[in-house]
Design a protein around this ligand. Structure first.
Ligand code: ATP
Ligand code: MG
Length: 416
């Protein structure tokens, strides 16, 4: 099931005396029956040589990654990336990880993150190369580094986050030795750039089982470094001083939010779900100092959310959207107690803006508590609010089409 264009390219490289192979993600996904669109290839040819070989064949070529050994191209509708073999590890004396090219496919596979990502299919022969038992791991659904995990994570600590990311995306477990190394070396994640951390966290959260991915991060101590607000929710006590694990509640809200998604992962909604209560622990400390009342924890939470997501270098609009949802998610509790005026309902709609639909979902997801009757009552209250929002919207529509004429003018127009 390898794309015909890949074979074509394989013959092209062969004719020039070079090797070419499909590698990593696409091989794994092909064997899993997952549909991926990436076609990642690897070769012994140096990037300049790759450019020379493909330039007349490809419909478009990108050289943006050429310093890291990657040439991107498009043939028809197929996107392809060709990366030159790398050697097993970085030069330990250099602080910047410089790219060191390698000469064999086997050595290139050795420096990859997990055995399931360290399989290749040579082109055009379709010879399957699997030196680290990736196929067996795939069958067992387990993530394990090709070599000793400590050395692998020492070479690149980002791989620890990638383990949690793939656990979420693929629903795989982490091999015990690999997991132990993650716990032992969690602090090393600090040397990784915010952008790389962000991309892995975002993929983890958009995956099939973000709950499991997050659990791995929290249990290994990685979350304490990259998303400290989350583990701090553990064993918090709720506003009525009953024991309630805000962390478990947060994961439940995430599940409930995901259950309401209509077309695919909604990143804004998912991030809002995991951040929605982060202000709680902080606010109680303030409350003890007699300053901030508990009912403002969403304001503190929104600030904390903004700060965290900005530090992770998320785009500005994304940060604004997620923190706004956190800020608004509790406002409807005022609706249950007092009667909101029409203008209060309108303000709610206006403040939510384009996030209204997500605000409905987040709020409904948050209407879960161990007390079933309380949960049902909350849901009924929100039904009521949503109905009123719909009614007001209808009235506004009517007002818009109502002619701006007074009675006399209407009589004149109609001739009555
Ligand atoms: P997807 O593209 O679906 O997110 P992928 O497996 O292709 O999954 P990428 O991040 O695109 O993941 O990486 C491509 C391949 O490069 C991986 O399969 C892996 O073999 C290798 N790789 C990527 N990042 C690392 C890393 N930090 N350390 C070692 N190998 C890596
Ligand atoms: Mg990929």
């Amino acid at each position: 099931k390898i794309a015909p264009v890949a074979d074509e390219l394989g013959r092209l490289f062969e004719a020039k005396g070079h090797e070419l192979a499909v590698v990593g993600g696409p091989v794994r996904d092909l064997l899993l029956g997952r549909i991926g669109n990436d076609l990642d290839l690897t070769t012994d040819a140096r990037p300049e040589k790759v450019l020379e070989i493909v330039k007349d064949w490809a419909d478009a070529v990108w050289t943006i990654g050429i310093d890291f050994g990657t040439v991107g191209l498009r043939k028809g509708s197929q996107q392809i990336e060709i990366t030159t073999y790398r050697s097993e590890s970085y030069d330990p004396r250099s602080r910047k990880p410089e790219v060191m090219y390698g000469d064999t496919l086997e050595a290139d596979l050795e420096r990859r993150d997990f055995a399931v990502n360290a399989m290749a299919v040579r082109l055009p022969s379709h010879e399957f190369v699997d030196p680290y038992g990736g196929l067996a791991d795939l069958g067992a659904k387990v993530l394990r580094t090709p070599g000793p995990p400590e050395r692998s994570f020492d070479d690149d600590p980002l791989r620890m986050l990638r383990a949690a990311r793939f656990a979420s995306q693929l629903r795989f477990t982490v091999h015990p030795a690999t997991l132990a190394a993650m716990s032992a070396m969690a602090d090393r994640i600090d040397i990784v750039s915010a952008e790389r951390v962000r991309d892995e966290l975002d993929k983890l959260l958009s995956g099939a089982d973000p709950r499991e991915g997050l659990r791995l991060l929290v249990d290994t101590g990685l979350a304490a470094r990259v998303l400290p607000e989350l583990p701090k929710l553990r064993l918090e006590i709720d506003e009525h001083h009953r024991h309630k694990d805000v962390y478990e509640h947060t994961l439940t809200v995430l599940d409930q939010a995901i259950a309401q998604e209509e077309d695919g992962p909604d990143r804004v909604l998912r991030w809002a779900a995991i951040m929605h209560d982060v202000g709680k622990p902080r606010t109680r400390r303030h409350e003890q100092g007699g300053r901030v009342s508990f009912h403002h924890h969403e304001v503190v939470g929104a600030q904390m959310t903004k700060k965290r997501l900005a530090e992770l270098k998320f785009p500005k609009d994304f940060v604004t959207d997620v923190s706004r949802l956190v800020e608004l998610h509790l406002r409807f509790h005022g609706y249950g107690t007092g009667e909101w005026t029409d203008s209060a309902v309108r303000r709610y709609v206006r403040d939510a803006g384009h996030l209204l639909d997500r605000l409905h979902k987040l709020t409904r997801a948050d209407c879960t508590t161990r007390n079933k009757r309380k949960a049902a009552a909350l849901a009924r209250t929100y039904d009521h609010l949503e109905e009123r929002i719909a009614r007001l919207a209808d009235e506004e529509e009517l007002a818009k089409i109502r002619p701006e004429l007074d009675g006399n003018e209407i009589q004149q127009v109609l001739g009555v």
